[in-house]
Design a protein around this ligand. Structure first.
Ligand code: CP
Ligand code: NVA
Length: 315
């Protein structure tokens, strides 16, 4: 198969790939059963070692809409938990399934699965990345602002985590002006990710900035995006320190008042009202969080359809 076999990292997708996924997802939003025989009599493994509400529901529904059968595998149910290698597991799953959707801790495990599996492997969240979330987010951005995003500023506020990384990398790919406002120090975005996003932006015409000043970042922004302060796998021993560092980055009405008139509030969910976001913002009129969750299914369906047909090109 030529082109892109897997979606292991956000940066694997070219802008043309993202455009094709968005267009295909728009089709699946209008007609969920378009191409409903494309995975007929086929199975897709969904292997998760971390909890999930949206990604699991979206993935299982997407497979069913394409005519296939999802096989959900919990981390502790596979022999991998008893020491079978990733390499051997990848070979076995490849014999039974047409694709593998994986959510786990280490990005290197996902990279390794991609290397050894002969079928498409899709990253459904690691400690470092969350590419399928960003596809849904960009569906919503496209629906709200259209294709012409010149002069618009897309701002992430909060922990420099997997979603912040994906926000910068996908924004750079799309030629957007993206900003991450995080605390300074250990909760900032990884400098290697910033450098990668900046190099992508150089080619796409986008702009990548980071700051430790949430208010300056929010000034005139068209999107304010945030995520939980404690991610899955974060050390509980850091909770108090983290919450103290992140408190100035809470998204509240005061911060939203600095944004553009037509701005929206985004959050991948799950949310903690009163921590990273005020209830008045997430439940308010600028919030598009339910639409983001809705598009998890349309975009994963598009991704599965295109990857299993070898229709993505990659970088
Ligand atoms: N946004 C997201 O990935 O949600 P889940 O953790 O519920 O899958
Ligand atoms: N950063 C969060 C995202 C959850 C969808 C986590 O990794 O737990």
């Amino acid at each position: 198969m030529s082109g892109l076999k897997d979606l292991l990292r956000t940066e694997n997708l070219s802008r043309a790939d993202v455009e094709l996924i968005l267009a295909t997802a728009a089709d699946f939003a209008t007609n969920p059963l378009k191409h409903s025989d494309s995975l007929a009599h086929k199975t897709v493994a969904i292997y998760m070692t971390k909890p999930s509400t949206r990604t699991r529901l979206a993935s299982e529904t997407a497979v069913a809409h394409l005519g296939g059968t999802p096989i959900f595998l919990r981390g502790d149910e596979l022999q991998i938990g008893r020491g079978e290698t990733i390499d051997d597991t990848a070979r076995i799953i490849s014999q039974f399934c047409s694709a593998l959707i994986i959510r786990t801790y280490a990005q290197s495990d996902v990279d390794e699965l991609g290397k050894h599996a002969s079928i498409p492997v899709i990253n459904a969240l690691t400690d470092d990345d969350h590419p399928t979330q960003l596809l849904a987010d960009w569906m919503v951005i496209r629906e709200k602002f259209g294709k012409d995003i010149a002069g618009r500023k897309f701002v992430y506020v909060g922990d420099g985590n997997n979603v912040a990384n994906a926000w910068l990398l996908m924004g750079a790919t799309m030629g957007a002006h993206v900003v991450a406002a995080t605390p300074n120090g250990k909760f900032a975005v990884d400098p290697a990710v910033i450098a990668k996003a900046q190099s992508i932006a150089k080619a796409s015409g986008g702009k990548v900035e980071t700051t430790h000043d949430a208010k300056a970042a929010a000034q005139g922004a068209c999107v304010i995006y945030t995520d939980v302060w404690m991610s899955m796998g974060d050390s509980e021993s850091e909770r108090a320190e983290k919450i103290k560092a992140l408190t100035p980055f809470m998204v509240n009405d005061e911060l939203m008042a600095l944004t553009a008139k037509d701005s929206i509030f985004m959050h991948c969910l799950p949310a903690h009202r009163g921590e990273e976001v005020a209830a008045s913002v997430i439940d308010g009129e600028k919030s598009v969080v339910w639409r983001e969750a809705y598009h998890r299914r349309t975009t994963i369906q598009a991704l599965l359809y295109l990857l299993t047909r070898g229709e993505l090109k990659g970088n």
